[in-house]
Design a binder for this molecule. Structure first.
Ligand SMILES: [Zn+2]
Length: 294
């Protein structure tokens, strides 16, 4: 998701190790690899602190979209890629600057060309500056404003900026030959999203655009591989919430009244995460603030 919090104190590590081992013995908590089409795979993370990835194996190299939280998560992804191909990782696309999407860059593709929007590169540079060196983040070498195409014969990947949404500089990656798209955190399956400096209004428009594309497989930033059915539900969630917040805002309600006044029972199956400020009420509060600054 997006909060950069250290989840564990070092004293808890031994306990964690036991839990992780027990978990893997029991056969769960392992990342899932799902083939979407020829050479194209979704890597579904086994935990909510590290994002999903998507990778495309071409004739001469591999493109990876998002690399996970850190060296460990990036290493898990690389291991999965290596079960399928020993070709070099030539390109990494980072959908946005949050660490859980780009913390594995250095491990996954030490000599890959990293691609992001200009905005994401700027934000990544300021994160590196504000945190101690050694953060492991690696900003993009190639940036763009609107779109670029990566040719990975015999396939291609169209990387584009959909407008402000989850952040102000997200990138989506559309695979036209596969009818697939990697959404970054513009879409989480059956879950409330985290909302950074973006725009809920433009976010909904960006989702409508994707729903118009001839897409069968939709890779979310987190959770299960999806189709347009889940994407449409997520779009409807954002749209319903936006309409409700807008009406309450027009009526003159305060932010606290709006947090309490929304009715999202219809989406009760959605995951909500207080620790990532990703609840119905948190999303409503962000939309309220965006309306204030409109
Ligand atoms: Zn994010």
């Amino acid at each position: 998701m997006h909060k950069e919090k250290r989840v564990l104190q070092s004293g808890a590590c031994a306990v964690l190790l036991i839990v992780v081992l027990a978990g893997s013995d029991a056969g769960h908590a392992a990342p899932l690899l799902k083939q979407i089409g020829p050479g194209l795979y979704a890597y579904i993370s086994d935990n909510d602190t590290s994002a999903n990835s998507t990778f495309l194996i071409g004739n001469n190299g591999i493109l990876v979209v998002d690399t996970g939280l850190d060296a460990k998560e990036g290493g898990k992804l690389l291991e999965k890629i290596h079960t399928l191909s020993s070709l070099p990782i030539k390109f990494i696309v980072n959908t946005h600057y949050h660490r859980d999407h780009q913390g594995g860059n250095a491990v996954v593709g030490p000599s890959a060309t990293v691609i992001s929007t200009d905005w994401t590169r700027e934000r990544t540079l300021s994160v590196i500056q504000s945190q101690a060196p050694g953060s492991g983040l690696r900003p993009a070498e190639v940036t763009f404003q609107q779109q670029l195409t990566v040719h990975l014969d015999p396939y291609s990947a169209e990387v584009y900026f959909p407008g402000k949404a989850h952040t102000s500089g997200d990138a989506l990656v559309y695979f036209p030959q596969h009818g697939a798209i990697a959404m970054g955190d513009l879409f989480l399956t059956n879950s409330c999203p985290a909302m950074d400096q973006g725009s809920a209004e433009k976010w909904i428009q960006a989702l409508d655009h994707v729903l118009d594309l001839p897409v069968k497989s939709v890779v979310p930033g987190h959770f299960e591989l999806a189709t347009k059915t889940e994407l449409r539900r997520f779009r409807d969630y954002l749209n319903d919430l936006y309409s409700q917040v807008h009406a309450l805002y027009q009526k003159g309600d305060t932010i606290e009244e709006v947090r309490r006044g929304i009715h999202m029972e219809k989406y009760k199956e959605f995951r909500q995460y207080e620790k990532y400020e990703a609840t119905f009420a948190d999303n409503a509060a962000v939309i309220y603030q965006q309306l204030q600054h409109h």
